[in-house]
Design a protein around this ligand. Structure first.
Ligand code: HMG
Ligand code: MG
Length: 299
């Protein structure tokens, strides 16, 4: 499980959280035992002002040796900042659709590849793990349907350039279980399951069902955001990621060990709700805050 709330979640909040609140929330995620935390983004502060304090966030968080702390890096400048901050992993990102790629990172797909190759090689030279997000893998807010061949082409090129893992993004949450199966059937012919993750936004309520399809097809890494925060400011219509708390509840019920217990998420959920100052999207948090305690699924 790859917790993306401090990055994907906070980049889409209309209010900019104080750095101290971000640090307190990330520390609570660390205490809960989350194995992977995408803590911020070393992107242009002009493009994502919500995460302009990434350097301070990394300097302020408490680290657990067992947890991998990652961040986005879109270019050499981002990598330099990320390495100086002591990340354990970096994530490069691009889209399978041309228009979203241009709106999100101001370059064509062809112009993006060499930039990300430089970031990937620079990170690998320092022994840092690299993820490669392929956004709009199931649909684009500007172009609509995205051909699976194009998703495969972008993913394979990132792997050739040295990324360790591809995370397939349903950026605007349009995928159904049938779409998930169709895309995975093609990608899994070329990419082993242990190098493929799913990053499902839950705009239309299909994210958990899509993850279940991924699980049955052998995928074991899933991105999620506590409370269901998330979205991309350059993808109109994008809303929250699948909620970590809902995903953990489902996995517990299925008897699948993911290293975290539902109850351990209660404190991070409280810290998060106080920090953002609004209710959260997740079902599990609705139960927690309505009843004063989070229900624990069958184990
Ligand atoms: P640009 O404007 O073409 O680049 O942006 P530039 O090189 O002309 O730089 C513009 C300004 O940004 C300059 O500052 C640079 O110094 C500065 P100025 O001279 O104007 O004062 N700059 C930087 N500052 C700090 N750190 C940096 C950095 N780079 C440039 N790394 C760029 C190109 C890629 C930088 C920009 O488009 C950008 O930052 N985009 C990021 C957009 C973003 O973060 N989107 C959300 C994340 S992606 C996502 O959410 C999808 C995902 O979740 C998966 C899914 O759901 O599908 C991952
Ligand atoms: Mg996302």
């Amino acid at each position: 499980m790859w917790e993306v709330g401090p990055r994907d979640g906070l980049q889409n909040e209309s209010a900019i959280l104080p750095t101290a609140d971000k640090i307190a929330w990330i520390d609570s995620l660390t205490d809960a035992g989350l194995p992977f935390i995408e803590a911020s983004s070393f992107v242009s502060p002009g493009w994502i002002p919500q995460l302009a304090d990434a350097d301070e966030v990394f300097a302020g968080i408490r680290r657990r040796p067992e947890t991998v702390y990652s961040a986005l890096a879109p270019n050499a400048r981002g990598l330099e900042r990320a390495l100086a901050a002591g990340v354990n992993a970096v994530a490069v990102f691009m889209s399978a659709s041309e228009t979203h790629n241009r709106r999100n990172i101001n370059k064509s797909i062809a112009q993006t590849h060499p930039v990300l190759r430089e970031v990937t090689r620079g990170a690998k030279d320092q022994g840092v793990f690299v993820r490669g997000y392929v956004s709009t893998a199931f649909g684009c807010p500007y172009e609509g349907a995205v051909a699976v061949d194009q998703v495969l082409r972008v993913a394979l090129r990132l792997l050739e350039d040295g990324v360790d893992e591809i995370s397939l993004g349903d950026t605007i949450g349009v995928a159904t279980p049938a779409d998930t199966e169709r895309v995975l059937q093609v990608l899994l012919k070329h990419i082993p399951t242990n190098r493929l993750a799913l990053h499902m936004h839950d705009t239309r309520g299909t994210a958990l069902a899509n993850i279940l399809v991924g699980l049955t097809m052998g995928v074991t890494t899933f991105d999620s955001a506590l409370g269901g925060l998330g979205g991309c400011p350059y993808a109109p219509g994008a809303s929250g990621n699948v909620a970590t708390d809902d995903l953990v509840y489902m996995l517990e019920g299925l008897g699948i060990l993911c290293g975290i217990r539902s109850q351990a998420l209660e404190r991070p959920l409280s810290v998060l709700r106080s920090a953002v100052g609004h209710s959260l999207r997740s079902h599990a948090s609705a139960v927690l805050f309505a009843e004063g305690g989070m229900e624990c699924g069958p184990v």
